[in-house]
Design a protein around this ligand. Structure first.
Ligand code: SAH
Ligand code: SF4
Ligand code: F3S
Length: 437
């Protein structure tokens, strides 16, 4: 197989995978390859997610589809599997799907070497987990949209009993303060106005005595950077310093994604979450005390093994007590190698379906209520892209709502906007200057 001249990276799963996908694309471009559409590429990198069964199976159906489309055009693209499935399944992917390269989330700085090796004919695999080595080996950031991701922390030590992440991403590790500030500066120079700090447990970030709130304060002082966000946080790593930052740091947006997973203490214990329903609710009270308008978000799993109807009802009542601005909810998916997968009392699929529907109805209702309560507020909107209608632009409010408005402002501009209408997943706004006219 000749060495590839063109490439395409396709990312699945969480925002950390999106970040990794961008960095892989920058790396391949620095190596002289040209980014093209998937069906044109000599090299297709599938940056995969292992979190649920369906996510994993998608990789194999994608590989089949890519080969079929390319085959019709008489091409045989090189296929590289990166991300969490690569880490979890390693050589098995080569055996099952005959791919050319398998590279784990901590080893993708080796991608050019692996691709060169695979071009000589033998499959190339690297699932080593050297801590943070990749960051030093990646090219500097040169391109960015108005809203950029920046991974500051990787891995997880929490070992929730349902979750593969501690196995696919390894132990918790924080990038050094100065490396992060440098990368943030480079992103701002490249056009970022907003940076979302990422980590599987981002609020566990530390460097010496510094915690995440110190990092956020430092980034708030970077000239040209207007907004800072962070995700995903674990309830047990939510320090008072970070809570206070929501009151004290102007550029820190009033949004907190704080997964709870379930509302029943018995289920939380079986999940190994190390927090209770009550400790979670009290934590949110403390956050709301310093930042009453904060938009809250969460993750939920329905149908964890042994979950009874009464225990599920506790999830619904927790949702009602919190009033989330948005949330993600999933059916429990047993993952090989995790403790919960071996529990005897797996919940029937139709019961999970029905619980998910009820939960999503409640979360949808609360999201609309949050959006409706935002009507009449004036806020900044960061313009991110053109909307569907002529003259219309789309951006984000401080509370992470999508806002569409008619404006001649361009991508990357911050506009004063009055929110005038609410939909289930977006808001309508009017630029304040236009209001005044
Ligand atoms: N570190 C983050 C994100 C983990 S993955 C956190 O702790 O919140 C994102 C979400 O996927 C989790 O919050 C959980 O709700 C869901 N998830 C993880 N494993 C799952 C599984 N086996 N089945 C269903 N959902 C799962
Ligand atoms: Fe998975 Fe739990 Fe770690 Fe989140 S905290 S990544 S759910 S093990
Ligand atoms: Fe998926 Fe890995 Fe992220 S399993 S959710 S891509 S950390």
């Amino acid at each position: 197989m000749p060495p590839p001249q063109t490439f395409h990276v396709k990312s699945f799963g969480c925002q950390m995978n999106v970040y990794d996908g961008e960095r892989m694309a920058e790396l391949m471009a620095a190596d002289g390859l040209v980014a093209v559409d998937a069906d044109q590429a000599d090299l297709v990198v599938l940056n995969t997610c292992h979190i649920r069964e369906r996510a994993t199976e998608k990789v194999y159906s994608d590989i089949g589809r890519i080969r079929k489309v390319a085959g019709k055009a008489g091409r045989t693209p090189m296929i590289a599997v990166a991300g969490c499935v690569a880490q979890a399944e390693g050589e098995e992917i080569v055996a099952r799907a005959k791919v050319d390269v398998v590279v784990g989330p901590q080893a993708y700085h080796q991608l050019p070497t692996l691709v060169a090796k695979a071009a000589k004919g033998a499959p190339a695999i690297d699932t080593d987990m050297p801590l943070l080595t990749k960051f030093g080996a990646l090219p500097a950031r040169r391109r960015s949209g108005p809203s950029a991701f920046l991974t500051v922390q990787e891995g997880c030590d929490k070992f929730c009993t349902y979750c593969v992440v501690p196995y696919t991403r390894g132990a918790e590790v924080s990038r050094p303060f100065t490396a992060i500030v440098e990368e943030a500066q480079a992103l701002v120079d490249a056009g970022a106005r907003e940076i979302t700090l990422l980590g599987q447990n981002v609020n566990a970030w530390s460097d010496g005595a510094r915690g995440l709130h110190d990092l956020i304060c430092a980034l708030d002082r970077v000239p040209g950077l207007a907004r800072v966000r962070y995700t995903t946080s674990h309830p047990n790593d939510m320090t008072q310093g970070l809570i206070d930052a929501h009151r004290d740091v102007e550029g820190l947006m009033p949004f907190l994604h704080l997964p709870v997973q379930a509302g029943s203490d018995r289920v939380l214990r079986a999940m190994n979450r190390h927090h209770t329903r009550d400790s979670y609710l009290r934590l949110l009270d403390r956050v709301r005390a310093v930042r009453p308008d904060i938009a809250l978000s969460g993750d939920f799993i329905v149908g964890f093994p042994g979950e009874t109807e009464a225990e599920f009802a506790e999830t619904l009542s927790l949702v009602e007590a919190v009033g989330y601005a948005q949330a993600f909810s999933f059916k429990y998916s047993p993952r090989a190698g995790t403790p919960a997968a071996t529990l005897a009392e797996q919940v029937a699929p139709e019961v999970m379906d029905e619980r998910l529907q009820r939960l999503q109805a409640a979360l949808g209702r609360d999201q609309i209520a949050f959006n409706q309560a935002s009507v009449g507020r004036t806020c900044t909107v960061l313009i991110e892209r053109p909307g569907k209608r002529p003259g219309q632009m789309l951006g984000k409010s401080p509370w992470l709502q999508s806002v569409h408005l008619v404006t001649d402002a361009g991508i990357g501009d911050l506009v004063e906007v009055e929110l005038v209408s609410a939909g289930p997943v977006s808001m309508g706004g009017v630029a304040a200057a236009r209001l005044a006219a």
